[in-house]
Every structure is written in structure tokens, then in C-alpha cells.
Design a binder for this molecule. Structure first.
Ligand SMILES: [Fe+2]
Length: 398
């Protein structure tokens, strides 16, 4: 092998070689019509459709149940999902599924509904309160009940990840469990009724998945590919989807971007941005995507000194021209400022506007340090790093 600096860098890179895609994805306008046939192909007799009240309000639940009825599939509905679903929601839905002999779960909605469906599959495997799992998360639970995921936002990417995030509000923490899933049906027409604030939060969440996945300490080539492509699509389409909610072309591009970003972060996961978002969600009750969006620019500033070549790729994906003479810190600042411009354009709410003080934000440092996602940050997340990052989130976006 030729001895060169580039070859040495490749040999010593902490690239994580494995790239997994958990389940097939059916993508396209009208794809929801395939749902009933796909359930039958799995030989399932009674399904439970899991969603929240917004899904019913916007007529999406009916589109889903129509797709089941048209194929003669028997179903029941659970419509009590709340955002950041607690264990109690999973246990309640699980008990209902058990009582009704459900043999297939369909999560319809944002991350909360899809994560609830995944966690209910754990309950059906072993019908005891899921606190048992969530407190001691195993690396993976091999559930037996097929789980079909139908996203109605373009952000979470939960349809193509194995992770279920469930909260324990009494402890102010969120926990993860990992399960197998069976199928994702991504139909962009289901996102056209999304309110503007959710379009902004979730779209920027997708951006954070892609950018954080590319800058973790154990990256992989496939995730970089999906991540860069997802960033370009979010950059080119989020504002249009936000300002013209019924623009199906922009919604389609965003749905694709969110899906690709989900594929990107299924393996190398995310890092300090999501750790900060978890803390904001637990203590200030910010929506997951809102917190991730707020934290993203600073997450990239933190990572930049360790992974400048990745920050350069992200800079290119968001249309920045660099001279090649920037320091790694300068690159991080440039990319972060550009992302903040998009955050302002889609009217993302700053932390201060929620009545939160700078001191309260700084006090979350220990939460961030202890969050397992911080272990994937390419820079060690000490209490000082976490405190500085948190206060920069507060100070730099007002
Ligand atoms: Fe996220």
C-alpha cells in the first residue's frame, strides 16, 4: 500500500463498518393505498392502528382505516398517544392490543405514535409494564408482532430506525429501546395538512439527524451518503414546504429527506445536539424536533474541531462556498450561522421566548453529560463543554 497521509487517515478512521436498514420502505404519493394488502401478506388477522388526536382531526386516521377496510382487514384503533409518550401510554395501548388479540401494529403519525407502536410490540412479547425495559434498555428486543410505520411528518425518520424513545416524566428522563420493524409506508400526501410550526420543527429535526449522523465519532460511509443527500433536500425544500403547505413537490422532497436522514442516523445515531434536545424536552417540554433544531448549530460548532472534513461536506450541501483556508472552528461557525438563518426564516421559537432563563439552560449540563448520546460526540462532553454548548444555544439564537 502506498504510504500517504490520506491512506493513514483512512486506516486510522473510526468508521463503523456496519450499515443496517431495518425494514423495506414503500415511498410515494398514494402509497397508503397499499397498506391493507401488505397487512394481508403478513398473514395478520387483526391490527391495531396507533395515533394521536391530531391524526383524527386532519382526516389521516380515516385514510389509513379506509386502506384497511378496502382489503377486508379487521382493525381496532388506539387514539390516545401524546407527544413524548410515557410508559403509561405504552402499557395502556399494550393491554388493549392484548385483550383484542391484535397481531399487527401500525404506528401512524410523528415519532411519538411510531415509537409507541414499537414499544407496544415489546409489551406484547412480555405483558408487563414496559418500565422494566425502559429502565434497563437491552441493546435490542426481538419482538414477534409485525410493526408497520406510517409517518405523517417529514422529520423524525422513526419509520426507518429501530429505536423507540419513551419518556419517564416522573424522573424527567427519556429512555430508548430497540426493536425490529416490518415495513415503512411513506406517503407525502399525508404531510400536506401539517401546521407550519410542526413543519419547521420536524424538518429541522431531519436536518439534525443527517448532520449529527455525519459528525459522530463512529461514522460510516453509507450514512454519510444518505446524510449529505438529505441535507441538500432539506435545504432546498423546507422553506417552500413551510410557506406553501400544500406544495406536494416540496412535501415529497421533504418526506424523502426525512427518510434518508433516518437511514443515516439508524446506525451511528446522533450526539450532543440530541442530548441537549432531550434535556430541553424533559425540563422545558419543548417538542423533540424544536429542541433538536435549537441545538443543531451549536452541536456542529462543538464537533467541528474534531471532524472538519465532515463540516466541509455539510457546508457544501447547504450551498456555502469555502476558501479552504478556514480553520475548523471557523468552518463550524460558518455552517452554524447559515443554519440559524434558516431557523429564523421558518420562524423557529428561541428558547428565551418560552420564558426560560439562561441560568436554567446552563443548569442542564449534567443531564447532557449523562445522556448516552453524548458518548457519540467526536469531542468529549465534559460538564464545561456541555455548559458552554447550552449557553451558546441560548445566546446565539434570539
Ligand atoms: Fe431527532
Amino acid at each position: 500500500m502506498i504510504e500517504s497521509a490520506e491512506n493513514k487517515r483512512i486506516l486510522e478512521s473510526p468508521c463503523r463498518p456496519e450499515f443496517k436498514q431495518p425494514a423495506p420502505v414503500i415511498f410515494g404519493s398514494g402509497a397508503i393505498a397499499e397498506l391493507g394488502g401488505r397487512v394481508k401478506a403478513l398473514n395478520c388477522r387483526r391490527v391495531m392502528v396507533i395515533y394521536d388526536e391530531g391524526i383524527k382531526k386532519f382526516g389521516i386516521a380515516k385514510k389509513v382505516t379506509d386502506a384497511l377496510s378496502s382489503q377486508g382487514v379487521d382493525y381496532i384503533e388506539y387514539d390516545r398517544v401524546v407527544s413524548d409518550p410515557p410508559c403509561s401510554v405504552v402499557n395502556e395501548a399494550g393491554e388493549l392490543a392484548l385483550k383484542n388479540g391484535v397481531d399487527c401494529l401500525i404506528g401512524v403519525g410523528g415519532g411519538s405514535s411510531m415509537d409507541t407502536a414499537k414499544a407496544v410490540a415489546i409489551y406484547l412479547l412480555d405483558p408487563v409494564p414496559v418500565e422494566k425495559y425502559i429502565l434497563n434498555p437491552p441493546p435490542f428486543v426481538d419482538t414477534k408482532t409485525p410493526v408497520i410505520l406510517v409517518p405523517t411528518t417529514a422529520g423524525t425518520g422513526s419509520e426507518c430506525t429501530t429505536v423507540a424513545i419513551i419518556s419517564r416524566p416522573e424522573l424527567n428522563v427519556k429512555w430508548s429501546a430497540f426493536v425490529n420493524t416490518s415495513l415503512a409506508i411513506v406517503d407525502p400526501t399525508l404531510t400536506c395538512t401539517l401546521p407550519k410550526d410542526i413543519t419547521a420543527n420536524t424538518g429541522l429535526d431531519a436536518l439534525s439527524h443527517a448532520a449529527e449522523a455525519m459528525t459522530v465519532n463512529q461514522w460510516n460511509y453509507h450514512s454519510d451518503l444518505f446524510g449529505e443527500a438529505a441535507i441538500k433536500k432539506v435545504w432546498d425544500n423546507l422553506y417552500t414546504a413551510w410557506s406553501e403547505p400544500e406544495n406536494l413537490a416540496a412535501r415529497t422532497e421533504m418526506a424523502l429527506a426525512a427518510n434518508w436522514a433516518g437511514l443515516a442516523f439508524n446506525n451511528p445515531v446522533t450526539h450532543i445536539g440530541h442530548a441537549m434536545s432531550d434535556a430541553f424536552g424533559c425540563h422545558f417540554h419543548t417538542a423533540h424536533g424544536h429542541g433538536c433544531a435549537l441545538a443543531l448549530p451549536v452541536a456542529l460548532e462543538v464537533a467541528a474541531p474534531a471532524v472538519p472534513e465532515k463540516i466541509k461536506v455539510i457546508a457544501g450541501a447547504i450551498g456555502l462556498t469555502t476558501t479552504g483556508r478556514e480553520t475548523s472552528e471557523q468552518l463550524g461557525l460558518l455552517v452554524a450561522d447559515e443554519i440559524r438563518k434558516l431557523m429564523h426564516k421558518v420562524e423557529l421559537k428561541p428558547l428565551a421566548s418560552l420564558g426560560v432563563t439562561r441560568e436554567e439552560v446552563a443548569a442542564l449540563a449534567q443531564d447532557v453529560v449523562e445522556n448516552h448520546l453524548s458518548d457519540y460526540c467526536p469531542v468529549a462532553v465534559t460538564a464545561e463543554v456541555a455548559r458552554n454548548a447550552l449557553t451558546r444555544v441560548y445566546d446565539t439564537f434570539k
